[in-house]
Design a protein around this ligand. Structure first.
Ligand code: GDP
Length: 298
């Protein structure tokens, strides 16, 4: 019978498996490392990170003959090492309400992620208030209301086109009055006018600090993992607009295997608080470095 086609990131470097009891081996030489590097770049790790990962694997092992399984283990271990420090759940503050500002480009999955997070906090016995801070997009506000209903969480809205900062302030007042544990504030994601968006975000921060000088306690950037290297430039952009404290990576259920997460972790070291793995309310998982590394390597 024909041996199965090699698969996964590393399998392809070794060619078709044979029926021999011994796995084929290849020397870790320049040619092999170059192929590995190309493969990592194709997998969205980006050139810089691919080079670093390859160099670390080569370190002290040049010329050694390795099997596909050994190389997979080395690669998975190296990726898990990069990812372990960023695999951190959303820090919970003792202060009430904990204010979570949620930013990201339209379509990244902000609304969905807020709904999923609200549902998880509710399930953990926390009271949550959501503020629909993207006051310009009526559809976004409606979507958020639908998610609020699903999660059993009130969603504060304001008239279309009104000042998001004023809504955020009202939401702070309400969350404090109700003794809510958590206030999540959605924000606009139109990058067409960055200056505008920067001022809008800065103003939201300014007014909520009138109620709590330490707020927002978290500023989450929601990124679509299927956008590949684009996610890196979104971090660059949003770091200039807001004080990003952590990431949520969405759409990791699709064909994208999320190589860009390694590039993000390597370049920015921002915590990955959660990953979106589908469109349903329960489709939000904690980020597990080992599991991710194994899945990525295949
Ligand atoms: P927003 O514009 O940033 O608020 O983005 P939305 O929350 O409206 O999400 C945009 C689209 O992405 C919607 O169709 C969501 O159902 C979808 N989406 C969000 N998160 C995920 C995810 O983790 N997996 C998948 N497959 N789809 C997602």
């Amino acid at each position: 019978a024909a041996a199965p086609e090699p698969s996964g990131l590393v399998g392809r470097l070794f060619g078709r498996a044979t029926a021999q009891p011994e796995e084929p081996r290849r020397a870790l030489d320049d040619a092999m490392l170059e192929e590995l590097e190309d493969m990592l770049v194709q997998a969205d790790l980006g050139v810089e990170t691919a080079l670093r990962v390859t160099a670390n694997i080569a370190e002290g092992r040049m010329g050694r003959r390795v099997s596909s399984t050994e190389l997979k283990e080395l690669l998975a271990a190296e990726i898990a090492r990069i990812m372990a420090p960023v695999a951190r759940p959303l820090p919970i503050y003792p202060k009430k309400p904990q204010v979570v500002l949620v930013v990201g480009v339209n379509g990244a999955g902000k609304t969905t992620t807020i709904g999923k997070l609200a549902s998880q906090f509710r399930a953990a016995g926390k009271s949550v208030v959501i503020a629909a801070g993207d006051t310009f997009r009526a559809a976004a506000v409606e979507q958020l209301q639908v998610w609020g209903q699903r999660a059993g969480v009130p969603v504060m809205v304001a008239p279309q086109g009104s000042d998001p900062a004023s809504l955020a302030y009202d939401a702070m007042v309400r969350a404090e009055a109700e003794g809510a544990d958590l206030l999540m504030i959605d924000t606009a994601g139109r990058l067409q006018n960055r200056q505008d968006l920067m001022e809008e975000l800065a103003k939201i921060v300014r007014v909520i600090r009138k109620k709590d000088p330490e707020a927002p306690h978290n500023t989450l950037l929601v990124l679509d993992a299927t956008t590949g290297q684009n996610a890196l430039s979104q971090v660059e952009t949003f770091r200039k607009l807001a004080d990003i404290s952590g990431l949520v990576m969405t759409k990791l259920d699709g064909t994208a295997r999320g190589g860009v997460l390694v590039a993000l972790a390597d370049r920015f070291g921002l915590p990955i608080h959660a990953i979106g793995v589908g469109e349903q309310i329960d489709d939000l998982d904690a980020f597990d470095a080992e599991e991710f590394a194994r899945a990525l390597v295949g």
